[in-house]
Design a protein around this ligand. Structure first.
Ligand code: BG6
Length: 477
């Protein structure tokens, strides 16, 4: 018997820049994803100064969904999807980000895409900014370190909400807005278009950029609700719970700190306020952030309707010998492996129970509906001579996570809206820029060198997930 409510949103998730291609089609501008080269697990992606000759930019073509969307959506309907999560490429709508008028051809592409989805009764679930913004806003304004970004984003959101108000009900503002809290160079750029200079305090820059994004998100929530009160507008957080390495209280406190450092944006977006410990931290560090009281009112008035989150892995942390009593960012510099878990080919710790833990953690703190909008296994796939892909490892991963979801819903009473496995059609990895880090249930013939026919094919996991959806999660065999 199914543990999932009627109308549960089984789906699949992607992001515009990782699968659309068509990077210059119909007036699209250059986005921050367009200046990121291919990398690997060992070699981080380079962020180049504009588009440079001789570099490999995998997002430019990606899997060319832009040119294949009708046949792809048909395939999604064969899979049985109830919903489809993607993002709107900001640069299709406002190529530079600071224009007065939107680009009609870009708006029309998403009109056509949403019509195609609705034709098959697939509900669009839309992220406004998924690791993407016009590159011009970086070069001219410094990205989200600049308050002007709030107006640019709100305008973009307003145009999308108005245009698609009768086609899209489920929205999210910023993808994994909390990724940047780890102060990683890549995450600061993909989240905020921010590049920290050597004489700057990265922490201060991050807190300022994230604050402007939170304000922009809260304004978008208010505007969206005024355009269509039925809109469900969520935040989107990267969730990977941190466990203490031992039962030593110092380790437990360190793990708690790591969670605070990673998830304060959930308080800001769901409760509409900064947590007290962080207010104290801002005072102590004398950051002098641009955070007028009027912003705090906006945050309070623009709380989200639900929490969308990604879940891939958990983490373990150990306190330092001389762990300071003071709070510090980042905290994950003392991560250690979890001996209880296996790792993916890319070293991500596989922890299905951690998903149930995460669902409980969010549910207890925020008492909001939850939506798992990303989960999946990045793995190498082998194509047999008969052209098949027997990805039982991926089926096993998804099955174990869905089993934990079922427990969270049935036993723990978590209000879960849906589940959209990440990259259910192979796409470009955000972290490494690879094609061969595959998450898909649908194979796309293209490799890391950019070679391939772009032909689509069904992996074994395709039929398996079809059965899961058709049985509303009752049949996981
Ligand atoms: C999430 C992102 O961080 O994880 C996606 O929202 C990303 O954009 C996904 O693709 C998986 O990460 P990666 O690095 O394997 O692509």
């Amino acid at each position: 018997m199914t543990k999932f409510p009627e109308g549960f949103l089984w789906g699949g998730a992607v992001a515009a820049h990782q699968f659309e291609g068509g990077w210059q089609a119909d007036g699209k501008g250059v986005s921050i994803a367009d200046v990121m080269t291919a990398g690997s697990n060992e070699q981080v992606r380079k962020i180049t100064n504009g588009i440079l000759p001789g570099e490999n930019y995998p997002n430019h073509e990606a899997i060319d969904f832009y040119g294949h969307y009708r046949e792809d959506v048909k395939l999604f309907s064969e899979l049985g999807l109830k919903c489809f999560r993607t993002s709107i490429a900001w640069t299709r709508i406002f190529p530079n980000g600071d224009e007065d008028e939107p680009n009609e051809a870009g708006l029309k592409f998403y009109d056509d895409l949403f019509d195609e989805l609705l034709k098959y009764n697939i509900e669009p679930v839309i992220t406004l900014s998924h690791f993407e913004m016009p590159y011009h806003l970086v070069t001219e304004y410094g990205g989200w370190r600049n308050r002007k970004m709030i107006d640019f984003f709100v305008k973009f959101a307003d145009v999308c909400f108005k245009r698609y108000q009768h086609k899209v009900k489920y929205w999210m503002t910023f993808n994994e807005i909390n990724n940047q809290t780890g102060l990683n160079e890549w995450a600061l750029f993909t989240n905020s278009g921010v590049q920290v200079q050597s004489d700057e305090d990265a922490e201060k820059v991050m807190y300022q950029a994230a604050h402007y994004e939170a304000v922009a998100s809260a304004l978008a929530v208010q505007i969206g609700h005024s355009i269509n009160p039925d809109f469900q507008i969520g935040c989107m957080l990267a969730m990977g719970p941190t466990y203490p390495a031992t039962s030593a209280p110092a380790d437990v406190m360190k793990a708690e700190r790591s969670m605070q450092a990673g998830y304060w944006l959930a308080d800001v977006q769901c409760k509409g306020r900064y947590p007290k410990w962080l207010q104290r931290y801002f005072d102590r560090r004398q950051f002098d952030l641009d955070m007028p009281l009027s912003d705090l009112d906006v945050l309070q008035a623009g709380k989200v309707d639900y929490i969308g989150f990604s879940y891939y892995a958990s983490h373990v942390i150990k306190a330092a010998e001389d762990e300071p009593a003071d709070f510090m960012t980042p905290t994950h510099n003392l991560e250690v492996p979890n001996p209880a878990l296996h790792r993916s080919d890319w070293g991500w710790e596989i922890d299905p129970v951690g998903l149930r833990y995460a669902l409980n953690w969010f549910s207890e703190r925020y008492d909001l509906p939850l939506f798992i909008v990303e989960n999946g296994l990045g793995a190498f796939d082998q194509v047999t001579d008969e052209g098949q892909i027997h990805d039982d490892y991926r089926i096993g991963y998804l099955r174990q996570h869905i089993e934990q979801m079922a427990l969270a819903v049935d036993v723990d009473g978590v209000d879960l809206m849906g589940y959209t496995p990440w990259g259910f059609i192979d796409l470009v990895s955000a972290g490494t820029g690879q094609m061969d880090k595959r998450y898909g249930l649908i194979y796309v013939d293209k490799n890391d060198a950019g070679e391939g026919t772009l032909a689509r094919g069904k992996k074994d996991s395709f039929d398996w997930f079809h059965k899961v959806i058709a049985s509303n999660g009752a049949d996981l065999s």
